[in-house]
Design a protein around this ligand. Structure first.
Ligand code: DQA
Length: 143
């Protein structure tokens, strides 16, 4: 399978950013983990990170017809970006939403995802492993 992994704002600072919540491993380590996992499953994963909503939307549009599945952590955009929700709905590529932290046990605004309704599933609280679990959904034939 061909995966597109999208990470939103501030996730480039993984490892340095609130390590008590997001862990001590870097964004580069996350990408290496995902790419190794993809390769072990005869798949590929392109990792994209942006701190800009429009760049994420452009990447989602460009995924149509190119990727089999999107794994997306929209970060803070999760909680208010109707534009990313609409972009995910606009393309014919299934998406799975992932969050590193337990968004249900933090500030109340984090418990709400406006982007999840455009996704086939949502996972949170499994750290980096959550990305691999979301990939498993598709690798095991989920649509
Ligand atoms: C996050 C949770 C969001 O609330 C937060 O804004 C992030 C990361 C997570 O992966 O746990 O930036 O999406």
């Amino acid at each position: 399978m061909k995966f597109l992994i999208i990470n939103g704002p501030n996730l480039n600072l993984l490892g340095r950013r609130e390590p008590g919540i997001y862990g001590s491993q870097s964004y580069e380590a996350l990408c290496a983990l995902i790419q190794d996992y993809a390769a072990a499953h005869r798949s590929t994963a392109d990792c994209f990170q942006s701190n800009h909503e429009g760049a994420i939307i452009d990447k989602i549009h460009a995924a149509d017809g190119v990727y089999d599945a999107i794994i997306i952590n929209p970060a803070a955009y999760t909680h208010y970006s109707y534009a990313i929700l609409d972009a995910l709905k606009a393309v014919d590529v299934p998406a799975y939403e992932v969050h590193i932290s337990r968004i249900d046990r933090r500030e109340p605004f984090r418990a709400v995802s406006v982007t999840a309704p455009a996704c086939v599933g949502q996972l949170y609280g499994h750290g980096f492993q959550g990305y691999l679990m979301a990939m498993d959904h598709f690798l095991e034939g989920g649509t």
